[in-house]
Design a protein around this ligand. Sequence first.
Ligand SMILES: Cc1cc2nc3c(=O)[nH]c(=O)nc-3n(C[C@H](O)[C@H](O)[C@H](O)COP(=O)(O)OP(=O)(O)OC[C@H]3O[C@@H](n4cnc5c(N)ncnc54)[C@H](O)[C@@H]3O)c2cc1C
Length: 443
Amino acid sequence: MREPVTVIGAGLAGCEAAWQLAQAGIPVVLREMKPRKKTPAHHADLFGELVCSNSLRSDQLENAVGLLKEELRRLGSLILRCADEHRVAAGGALAVDRTAFAQAVTDAVRSHPLITVEEGEVTALPETGQVIVATGPLTADALAGDIARRFPGSTALHFYDAAAPLVTFESIDMDSAWFASRYDKGTADYINCPLTQEEYLTFWRELCAAKEAPVHGFEDRNVFEGCMPVEVMARRGEQTLCYGPLKPRGLRDPKTGREPYAVVQLRRDNAGGSIYNLVGFQTHLTWPEQKRVFSLIPALRQAEFVRYGVMHRNTYLDSPRLLDRYYRVRTEPRIVFAGQITGVEGYVESTASGFVAALELARRLEGKAPIDFPPETALGALALYVSNETVEHFQPMNINFGIMPPLGYRVKGKRNKNAALSQRSLEILAGLEELGTRKKAYL
Ligand SMILES: Cc1cc2nc3c(=O)[nH]c(=O)nc-3n(C[C@H](O)[C@H](O)[C@H](O)COP(=O)(O)OP(=O)(O)OC[C@H]3O[C@@H](n4cnc5c(N)ncnc54)[C@H](O)[C@@H]3O)c2cc1C
């Protein structure tokens, strides 16, 4: 009998990882602190709990998260199977009945003959054996402390309370916006999105009334003073934003020659200039509300959000300095991280990292060569982003086409281009011989 692999955390990443290992014939001990102890965001006793929205976002191949889902689906992901079985109508998105979904994940994991569940909080990394740590963004304090001690310095854990949403450059309507810096100082680094008085008032009213994500016990309300959510600022008065993040002073619209009534500024967020953040838009709104309200800004009507704003404690590793492309600790490869703790952001991305981490570990234990998912695949792009040593100020990231290599030829229209990127990925996946029987017939 083989030595079991210890998987810590029965969230999306941990369940996917445990299942993939077990399906490969490797025994697993899955250690989960529920139901004895729960993070402030978890409420159910079930595994695979969706802590907020019940949507796994777009299910369209023109969208990068749609591609990531399709890759996982075709490679036999447990989480995708359960999500597909329990989907609820949600247009082009994959939304699920959250309880039925979590019950299905729990049943599959608990009934697998090679998975043993051990309840109770893990307070330190096991000293021996193969381990996958998938304890999520709210990893319990004792274990978080142990990880920080074991991998000190540049590989310590990060904590942050606020982040503004990110959008792709190509989804910004540059017929409406323009590049400039305030008072034309320095280089024209900002994208300026103008609003007329009428547009501003509509935006302001919707922002004031928009739905906030539930406040959990772990959030420090004092942070709001130092880093105030844009909706909290808006509620202080009709004009408050015009003296804050939407200040138009020194920003003359080249189309009119005048300063607009209000201006939202976007700042480049990556070296390549493919992603921009909404300056001063740290927010606590739910993700659907962010999309609805921020899309009222004329230049952002079609904006593609690659990460929504968040305001909560988030524990993630400085993965570019710690992990390799298989999510293994470079200096101690028996320890593997998976899920949101690695800096991937979102339900599907967490699942994907659990899948890749387990697949590679299983292959290693079987004496096989790893599968290097190429950057053209969503699975590969995510793993390579997280382990890219040249990324200096590492920030959690949703999957997006901006972190995949371009097509190398012109395709007219964004949807067509994205569809071609997805097609390319699925063809590459179909050609990966190492995947063998894992590939379904239609790949
Ligand atoms: C408040 C909040 C809202 C969010 N909203 C969304 C959203 O709407 N959409 C989206 O895509 N993503 C959202 N996210 C991100 C989301 O957390 C991740 O996408 C996903 O749940 C992470 O999966 P995971 O498996 O890494 O961790 P989790 O799903 O958090 O699972 C971690 C598991 O580890 C267990 N655990 C923790 N510490 C220990 C320990 N020491 N010992 C034993 N067990 C332990 C936990 O009980 C939990 O079961 C949100 C995150 C937060 C915090």
